[in-house]
Write a protein that binds this ligand. Structure first.
Ligand SMILES: [Zn+2]
Length: 610
């Protein structure tokens, strides 16, 4: 499982106290056997973030984050598991001698270091040329005319690459940077015929691009004159990966985490203007559509995303694509709709930052609303036929919603807008739902595999009260299993993997396996075996429940039987709904048939020997 030897992990765990580690970031106060503080992962006024020294775990009742000490470091520092182990090992004075995987081993560390310094030094030089030289003056005038204050220019370290062939080349050469390496890093280019290196960026306004850690790894160069291309960015280099880089992420990440929200822009100028308008949780993808890697990065910091792209057709298309990608990753998305095909920069310039923040940002529409608006564009709504086709397509979007309340909300809208009766639309919707859901929904299993990391965890955090009985039964069993090897064995024999919630079944499997090696379950080392965010949160929140200790034989039996009966009970519920619908529509034959099926199912349920 790990490339890091188990002894090392054990040693790090035994030399590390989670209270000390968390205390570097959170002010904790003691409350009984817990320590409490304000959660560093979401914004709150009353502390719901707890650390349990006895179990060496953290858990937030507000946002649901939780885990062991490695997870805490991974989340707060934004690093990988091996990196978190390394950091804690260093703190504990444990020598870091283990071999990393080839992928993680960095043969070119020295080269990269050179490239980082070259970029840093080049950036300072570009900035100097812009602010304090005659050559930079036109660029500076241009920026000022576009609404860039000097303060903004210095905050974003904007610079200017002069209209010369060898200015930066000479500058780097004097500082003994190897030019072939500088070419690899995208700062200079090589002219084959003349056999010499020359500046890659000429007569361009330069925006330094930072990686997550705040190191400059590339530049975006915008032409002032007529040179082509108008936008020239660093291409892939050993330190610059555009599919991973989000402009300004290093500065925005603390605000992103606090607000649990990130704002996505298409261009760096939009971002800078919005930043001045007070939107400090914004980032921009650099010259590329949003990628899976971007989304992964975003997910580590926030669960809500606002897309703020251009208001023209290309912007709307791009927003639609990004939206699908983000939603598939389980993120909650809103979309800003800018009027008159404007881009954010234009809007702010015309109406001011205040209005941008209040009207535009706060007026961002829900993902469904955006999809409906997007859909509308592709139908000609003047004809009756086009209208009908639009409504069918819209119903499909609405049918995909999980919440009946939400479905009703959008249905009403649709009915009003197109002067349809709500009942007619509802019937259409039911027909759609029937054809798309041949099986009754059981627990969390439908379309939500736990292990793709795409679960919508907010539901779990905010709506525990709506959970069916078997759900709590499963949680109670698991909580008890974490504390008691005998209970775990009993459940394994009686229930095995028959948990209705897939994440529960997965966690149970890990528990069974753990007990094959150890007699008692120690949370810190158990959590390390999980290597999965979702499961680690689940295990942590379960181990916070004291009720687990009072699991007697009777309760155990009740829980198991509840869990086993659940699928059939749900099937019956579903049939009953179908029956009602059939009766309402006067379809007697179907109603009779369904009623018979219900009786059969109920008999079966009764006969289940549990
Ligand atoms: Zn929290």
């Amino acid at each position: 499982m790990n490339r890091i030897p188990e002894e090392v992990i054990t040693a790090v765990l035994s030399h590390t106290n989670i209270v000390d580690v968390v205390s570097k970031h959170v002010h904790l106060t003691k409350q009984g056997k817990y320590m409490r503080g304000l959660c560093p992962f979401h914004s709150e006024k009353t502390p719901s973030f707890t650390v349990t020294p006895e179990k060496q775990i953290f858990h937030c009742y507000g946002c649901g984050k939780g885990g062991g000490v490695f997870k805490f470091v991974m989340e707060i520092e934004g690093v990988s598991f091996p990196e978190a182990v390394r950091m804690l090992a260093e703190d504990a004075g444990i020598p870091v001698t283990w071999e990393l995987r080839p992928r993680e081993r960095d043969e070119h560390a020295e080269e990269k270091q050179q490239l980082y310094s070259a970029h840093e030094i080049a950036s300072r030089w570009f900035h100097h040329v812009l602010m304090s030289t005659e050559q930079g003056r036109p660029a500076l005038e241009y920026l000022r005319s576009r609404g860039f204050s000097d303060k903004l220019i210095s905050t974003f370290q904007i610079g200017y690459a002069p209209q010369m062939w060898d200015a930066l080349t000479t500058f780097l050469q004097k500082r003994e940077f190897a030019l072939p390496l500088m070419e690899k890093g995208g700062l200079v280019a090589f002219h084959e015929e003349r056999n010499q290196y020359y500046d890659r960026f000429r007569d361009r306004i330069m925006f330094p691009l930072h990686d997550e850690q705040g190191r400059i790894v590339g530049f975006a160069g915008r032409a002032i004159g007529d040179i082509q291309p108008k936008y020239l960015n660093t291409s892939e280099t050993p330190i610059f990966h555009k599919s991973r880089l989000l402009y300004q992420f290093h500065e925005a990440k603390s605000t992103i985490r606090k607000n649990n929200q990130i704002v996505l822009f298409e261009g760096y100028v939009d971002l800078i203007k919005a930043w001045e308008a007070g939107v400090h949780n914004g980032v921009a993808s650099m010259g590329t559509a949003l990628t899976e890697e971007h989304v992964k990065l975003i997910r580590r910091y926030a669960s809500r995303v606002v897309i703020c792209y251009d208001g023209d057709d290309a912007g709307i298309e791009a927003a639609y694509k990004s939206l699908s990608l983000l939603e598939r990753a389980g993120l909650a998305v809103n979309v800003v709709m800018l009027p008159d095909r404007m881009d954010p920069d234009e809007y702010i310039t015309k109406y001011g930052g205040e209005r941008f923040r209040h009207e535009v940002m706060h007026g961002a529409v829900s993902a469904v609303r955006f999809k409906l608006l997007y859909l509308k564009r592709s139908f000609s709504l003047h004809s009756e036929d086009g209208k009908l086709r639009y409504i069918r397509a819209a119903l499909r979007i609405i049918a995909a919603l999980r919440s009946p309340v939400e479905r009703e909300y959008y249905l009403k809208d649709l009915a009003e807008e197109y002067n349809f009766s709500l009942d007619t639309l509802k019937q259409e919707l039911y027909a759609l739902l029937r054809s798309s859901q041949k099986l009754p929904p059981i627990g969390d299993n439908i379309g939500k595999p736990w292990n793709n990391g795409m679960n919508n965890r907010r539901e779990e955090v905010t709506r525990p009260a709506l959970r069916p009985a078997y759900y709590n039964a499963e949680r109670n069993l698991l909580a008890a299993m974490l504390q008691d090897a005998e209970i775990a064995q009993l459940v394994q024999e009686r229930l095995g993997d028959a948990f209705n919630v897939e994440a529960h079944a997965a966690l149970a499997a890990y528990i069974y396996r753990y007990y094959t090696e150890y007699d008692t379950l120690e949370m810190p080392s158990f959590l390390v075996t999980l290597q999965d965010d979702e499961l680690e949160r689940l295990a942590t929140s379960l181990s916070m429940e004291d009720a687990a200790a009072v699991m007697n034989e009777r309760a155990l039996e009740d829980h198991i039987s509840q869990i086993k009966k659940a699928p059939m009970q749900q099937a019956i519920e579903y049939k009953k709904e179908q029956l009602q619908r059939a009766e309402r529509s006067g379809d007697v034959a179907t109603a009779v048939q369904i009623a018979e099926e219900i009786i059969t199912l109920e008999k079966k349920l009764k006969d289940m020997q549990l």
